[in-house]
Design a protein around this ligand. Structure first.
Ligand code: ADP
Ligand code: ADP
Length: 231
């Protein structure tokens, strides 16, 4: 059974004539990384955002571990799906700890549970909790902020992580290191991950599967990197 199933998904934005995503069928297996690749404007981000209902599809349905996402309430969806974007979007006036705690606070976790979880997550992404939990985003490098973004996405231990060019704004040398760390992290957490990139090298390096998007928001291929590169 797939962790995420998109069935006949299309999206046409209001006031737009051409669809952003067309007749998309996609079954994402549990515990795998699927890389969404393709030229700009072919519907990758739109597809990702429909999975956590930041955008509603025009037609079709999306199942999360068998549940239609339209039947899952907003808090439950936040708990089950983590979201990481390129412009990390850390709140500048919140400490690192408070940034990571955003979703647990919304979910009403008690203070001790939140504190313990923040430290556990900082440790997981390679930032010493004592050193970093009370700092502010501007005191961290871009690479470190991105790790905080990943920690925040993982905060409520979601089964699915949606990542939209998470390493896109990081310099190429640091990016390679962060990609390696990310693969090591995935060995431990084994999440079902959908990851948007426009970098084929990144897609091949990180992906168990690659979803190739084309003009008009059509899914052209969904297969292993080996199959994508040879067909
Ligand atoms: P990608 O992530 O592959 O670059 P997007 O999903 O961002 O593609 O965009 C797909 C298409 O939908 C593009 O033509 C884009 O201009 C259009 N689009 C994206 N967001 C909106 C929006 N909020 N309103 C109208 N059109 C949009
Ligand atoms: P990373 O590999 O995580 O991106 P860098 O190599 O860029 O880290 O940074 C190395 C060290 O420099 C880190 O310990 C970080 O705390 C510090 N540092 C980087 N940028 C800043 C900054 N803007 N303000 C304070 N410290 C910084």
């Amino acid at each position: 059974k797939p962790m995420i199933a998109l069935e006949g998904i299309s999206k046409t934005y209001p006031k737009s004539t051409a669809p952003a995503v067309q007749e998309l069928d996609l079954h994402v297996p549990e515990g795998t990384i699927s890389m969404f690749i393709g030229p700009s404007g072919c519907g990758k981000t739109t597809t990702l955002k429909m999975m956590n209902r930041l955008i509603e599809p025009t037609t079709g349905r999306i199942l999360l571990d068998g549940d239609d996402v339209t039947d899952v309430n907003a808090d439950e969806l936040r708990r089950r799906i983590g979201y990481v974007i390129q412009q990390v979007g850390l709140f500048p006036h919140f400490t690192i700890g408070d940034n990571i705690a955003v979703v647990p606070r919304i979910l009403g976790w008690d203070r001790n549970r939140i504190t313990a979880r923040v430290d556990e997550l900082l440790h997981l992404v390679g930032l010493e909790p004592k050193t970093y939990r009370d700092r502010y985003p501007r005191q961290l490098s871009g690479g470190q902020q991105q790790r905080v973004g990943v920690a925040r996405g993982l905060a409520a231990d979601p089964s699915v992580m949606l990542m939209d060019e998470p390493f896109g704004a990081i310099d190429p040398i640091t990016r390679e290191r962060i990609q390696d760390e990310f693969l090591e992290l995935q060995q431990q957490i084994a999440k079902t991950i959908c990851f948007v990139t426009h970098d084929l090298t990144e897609a091949v390096k990180l992906g168990d599967r690659i979803a190739v998007f084309g003009p008009g928001g059509k899914l052209q291929q969904y297969d292993t990197p080996d199959m994508i590169l040879t067909h």
